[in-house]
Write a protein that binds this ligand. Sequence first.
Ligand code: ZN
Length: 120
Amino acid sequence: MSETTVTADLWCIHLQGPDDLIAAPSKERAEERAAALNVAFDQDRDSVPEDRRHFYPHLNAAAVPWQNTAERHEIDLEENWDEWWPTCQACGRVLDSDRVCRVGGVENHSDDPEMSEDED
Ligand SMILES: [Zn+2]
């Protein structure tokens, strides 16, 4: 494989404004998280007094195809995705900012019969 090959099925989130890229595990996850980020960005912006909003950077997130090597994508994914969106070790759900999974009303459950899938 050449180093500049763009792998068709690798996706990331482009943060327009800071111009950051966050490698994503799939197109669906990239779209889902980008949408959630935009909701959060809008809420942040709305919390700034109106006369100061023009100082507030315009942030927008968009799911875009990854433009680098597959190797780079894998590294970035490992380094960043879990930082932004930690997932429950037991059920794989994205955790809230407090990093506590409450599936079935149990905090940080180690196993959940309803969600059990043969995955690591
Ligand atoms: Zn869980």
